[in-house]
Design a protein around this ligand. Structure first.
Ligand code: ZN
Length: 178
């Protein structure tokens, strides 16, 4: 079983490639990849994961917002596997918020994201699903979707001044929580 040490790190070519659409969601290889992603995410403190981070150029993400040591303020959203996802922007309104990435350890940054989106994807059971997401969950989705486009969150910061060491990030949220 993969663990967080096996997650592709910034600089790996796979993180900069546009991922391939999943042609057969019921193929054994697809099911095995989804299971490996679920295991990796459960064993990490992350709130989402994309197949390219596992070394596979496939359009599969998991959005799993939950409070963890990495994201203590995250709201709860059951881990949701999304195959061939896309999204519509409900309004142009964006908000800057903190993000990190299992592929970019020890760094956090403020990233502008759309506040309200409607996602469309195929579930592992083959259902076509439309799911509105707002706030932090919408942020996680847009972060993971970017991985399918060969982008990482650092590409979207407005200024390098919005990039901080993770240790400083935890000091800031400790202050804002206290
Ligand atoms: Zn990431």
């Amino acid at each position: 079983m993969a663990n967080s040490c096996d997650i592709a790190q910034l600089g790996a070519d796979i993180l900069r490639q546009v991922a391939e659409p999943v042609a057969d969601i019921h193929a054994p290889a697809t099911r095995e990849l989804i299971a490996a992603m679920q295991g990796t995410l459960a064993n990490s403190q992350g709130v989402g994961l994309a197949a390219p981070q596992m070394g596979y150029s496939q359009r599969i993400i998991i959005v799993a917002s939950r409070p963890t040591t990495r994201y203590p303020y995250a709201p709860l959203l059951a881990p949701t596997v999304m195959i061939n996802p896309r999204y519509d922007i409900v309004s142009e309104q964006q908000e800057k918020g903190w993000e990190g990435c299992l592929s970019i350890p020890s760094i956090r940054a403020l990233v502008p994201r759309y506040l309200n989106i409607v996602t469309h994807y195929t579930s592992p059971e083959g259902e076509a699903v439309s799911l509105p997401l707002a706030g932090f969950a919408a942020r996680v989705f847009q972060h993971e979707f970017d991985h399918l486009e060969g982008k990482v969150y650092l590409d979207r910061v407005e200024t390098t001044l919005d990039i901080v060491a993770e240790s400083e990030f935890f000091k800031r949220i400790a202050v804002s929580a206290g």
